[in-house]
Write a protein that binds this ligand. Sequence first.
Ligand SMILES: Cc1cc2nc3c(=O)[nH]c(=O)nc-3n(C[C@H](O)[C@H](O)[C@H](O)COP(=O)(O)OP(=O)(O)OC[C@H]3O[C@@H](n4cnc5c(N)ncnc54)[C@H](O)[C@@H]3O)c2cc1C
Length: 244
Amino acid sequence: MSAETKALLSDKMFKGMSLIMAPMGFGAIIHSLEFADSRRDPGFAARWPDFVEALDEDSIGWGIWGARQNCPRDPSGLNGEQLRELGLELARDWHPHLRALILMTEPSTIYDVKVRTSVPLTPWTSSNVTLLGDAVHTMTPGRGAGANTALRDAALLGRMLVEANQGRKPLVEAIHAYEIEMLRYSTEAVQESKKQMDANDLAHRPIVGTVQLAFMRSMMRIVNAIPALKRRAFRQMMRVRGEN
Ligand SMILES: Cc1cc2nc3c(=O)[nH]c(=O)nc-3n(C[C@H](O)[C@H](O)[C@H](O)COP(=O)(O)OP(=O)(O)OC[C@H]3O[C@@H](n4cnc5c(N)ncnc54)[C@H](O)[C@@H]3O)c2cc1C
């Protein structure tokens, strides 16, 4: 983040993440990280000694995604410089500020990510070994739910281990109860996340994709204008992200 790059973003873009929905199923995310409040908090260094250095690293991050079959070149194996060129190619008709942001990005910080998903599991015979987080339910970033679900697992497993420790449940029974509940909510999160990021989706096709994009943009404008719909969309998002 520099004065020059900051000037490329509107004020609103510093208040949360921004999503861009482009034709052919391409999309982008832009977010800024500023640590001014943490720098002012004298207790921060005591609580988070490992993060003190990061406080000098205000940054703007961006990512572009799309279906591999629509990319002019396969991103895997490209170096930062080549990925930046590919980003500019994909964003050739986008706002000049976004293109400038891509152009000004340090190539060594650009990398490609292959988006993968797990398939939902059925319960297995529990033992004193269990799984949590991506190790058991990797999902696409489509719903921003992967880390949230991992934290939900940790909280639930922690509660179950306390129950076992206090003699309210045998250990393996407590772990089994964790696994049943974890498989229930993570299956929904995996499936919902895949719906949002699936290379076979119509959004990635030329004509039908353009119609779908126009429909989705109109729907989002309507949701944005009607508070009750906005609250409903928010509740749905929070359910997948683990509202508890
Ligand atoms: C592009 C992208 C965007 C995302 N956006 C979001 C979002 O907005 N919201 C959200 O909630 N989630 C998001 N996620 C998902 C989130 O990053 C993951 O779900 C989360 O990091 C999973 O945490 P984890 O601890 O289970 O696994 P990991 O973060 O993968 O941690 C596993 C750790 O184990 C280490 N390890 C592996 N093998 C060994 C070994 N043999 N010995 C020792 N250590 C080992 C790895 O190096 C790693 O540090 C996103 C993911 C991607 C790729």
